[in-house]
Design a protein. Sequence first.
Lengths: 491, 409
Amino acid sequence: MTTAVAEPVTADARSQKLLDRLRSIVGEAGLLVEREELLVYECDGYTVEKKCPDVVVFPANTDQVVAIVRACNEFDVPFVPRGAGTSLAGGCLPIGGGVMISLTRMKRILEVNLRDRYAIVEPGLVNVHLTQHLKGTGYHYAPDPSSQGACTIGGNFATNSGGPHTLKYGVTVNHVLGAEVVLPDGSVAMLGGTVEDVPGYDLAGLFVGSEGTLGICTKIIVRLTRDPAAYRTMLGVFETVGDATRAISEIIGAGIVPAALEMMDQGIVSAVEQAFHFGFPLDAGAVLLIEVDGLEVAVDEEAQRIIALCNQSGAREVRQANTPKERMLLWKCRKQAFGAIGRLSPSYCTQDGVVPRTKLPEILEFITACGQRHGLRIVNVFHAGDGNIHPILLFDERDADQVRRVLLASDEILGKCIDMGGSVTGEHGIGVEKISFMDKLFAPEDLIVMKSIRDCFNPTGRCSPGKMLPTSAGCGNEHLPKVKPGRRAAM
Amino acid sequence: MSATEFTPATQLELSRFVAENAQTHRQTLCPVGGRTALHFGFSAPPPGVHIVMSELNRIVDYPARDMTITVEAGLRIDALQATLAKERQRLPVDIAQAERATLGGALATNTSGPRRFGHSTFRDYVIGLSAVDADGRLFKAGGRVVKNVAGYDLCKLLVGSRGTLAVVTQVTLKLRPLPETSAQLWLTFDWFRTIEDRLAGLLTSQTRPVAIEVLNPAAAALIATSARCDLPANAPVLCIGVEGSKRDVEWQLQMLSQELTTGGLQESRQIRDHDADRIWEALTEFQTCADDPLTFEANLRPSQCMAFAERATELGVAVQVHAGNGQVIGQLLEESATIDQTVSILNELGTVARSAGGNLVVLHCDSTWKSRMPMCGTPEPSWVLMKQLKSKLDPQGLLNPGRFVDAAP
């Protein structure tokens, strides 16, 4: 088995010859080289580590992506694809500099086929634009990350994005039928297709979530999902986080699969209330945002069961959203919760751990204790039904000691998730942020197999170097040292 | 040419055996579950060692309230489902020959059935697994939580890989609640073209069926007989399945009956309770009625299925269509069909499938016919990548060689 790939390549990406070549591919308007123009691209939603690419190119079609990738190979420089840059794990950090391939100009909806329930889109298409385009057809694109107003479907493909409604409908990979990809050597491959069960290995499934380390997707075939006939959206108000998490456990344990089951604790609720004035009770320990969907005849029964389970778990009250407008406002509060955190603290750091759903009470107690131990305030807003926690550590990044404590607490929380049989990322990805956790989550043997898969498609390591897998399989010590956590936009 | 057998009692024992084999004897290894799909692929299992998985059948961890289960891959499907049913849960994938098939085998062949329309296939339920690669390395991927994006999703890669990349030893599944009840609506129509109109209409139905099946008369008769149900089978059948609470199911049956009572409808039956259970079973088992000379599966876009079914019917094939998803399962009926006639029929249907952007693969046929049949469909450009991946993960070609796309010309 070959070793030592994905070392950052250090050839000069700013050589005049390469720039001339790139210009000849994408034109003057499709290329950025000035330092001040490149600053925007020095990081994504993970702002801890920064590195400017040497050049950013904006291809308009697959042929241009191919030509760019071939040029990078010829000139021996690394390249990294980028969507909207909303990644929270440094997925688009251009380690080693090189050429950043921004796919935001490839944003067309190429085909919508309702009879066969698929759409073919370019990777730069903003997630919500597809669903808006489908409005009125009775179909939608199910994955709905909270950043869906900005993030691209190509980026969702690369990180296997989730969102609140993935509890019932699944994450991105569950909705991808196929993709056209430009492989790291510049060849083009069609994986999967518009029909299900294409003979052979499920390479489309493998490529989803590979964080740009296996190639660059240039077309994505996505499954369209029938709109639910009816919704019931509820807000369960609880005295304590413990009561709320017990209710979650009861609901899932009773065999109910809500469309979404989200928790916000008091800290988040007060910030959200100040921002959106929904009328949340400010003295409640936690609220649950619960949505069931399905047939009109079925949703009321399911909603009643949920209300009963909430009441059994000590809910103070369970409110129902009575109008579509109320429902939209509730979801706006949830999806923009992170935007409201600025009211609580100058900086914050969001984690993305997962635990078995019945372990939620335990991990939340741990998080509270962890915050107390490190003298930090931690608030929580997360996808409770999936066991996908997003503790938000509040701090002031001007205070070096707070920063140090935030990093310690983050590591302890993620370590605890692993101990509890969970994962260090439910939907944000490994990127560079969590690369040091890979050898804690996986054994050396697991990483060797993953590495041989990367080597198969990306043998030179020029495509997205330094991402996802520790550079020397099993060591995990090659990531950049964490300097400070960032203030992060989030899920 | 007979194979020897090795029956590991633990994952580690298997790992050691495969590691030693990779270094010394270099015999080809064929993982064997319930022996329900050994006829798949280009050739019969190669001589060498059959790795019999039957003793790796333990339930490792079943935290029912998390709605996940971790089991060893040799566990039989019926035993798995019985365990889950005690907690009112299930793996909602229809798997034929459940009393023989193992989870590992079902996963490796990515088997599915009528309810894939409502519940999808294995790729959406396997959240973690352990496997032994060709060097004997015991590795894992994914995890035991329902949401997890750490590392490459090797679960997707191994689902449907037919034992050619690694021997799956342990699997963690995401589960779903058992519905209170289920039912089907069995409708006969004058012709496939009428059914296509109804299928297009179902796309915006107020109901949410879990299965949309179309059967030609030959298949309908086989399925009705096998389910011991007296159902009309003298015309093409549209069979729609629903699940849920009793109230929910009754409402859907009423609504569907209203929505579909239009021109071309001949007879209509509602199937409930034990009859419905037997219909599910018959619809699932249709693909394995192996007395016939050949069974194929065409994968098409749903909109292309009725035209394909119509032509296949004219050619004397018994046809079941998973019409919501686009799979057409066909059985060549004539006991006397010759290899030349079969080749000619498959050539024609394969051309129809490909011209509609699809493919046609043979699930089962007489082993002496295989060299002339499209056992894995028609070569696609991406097969080159698949071969590269196979030789990367199994450079000595020890795992089930010669049977899947890795072996295609």
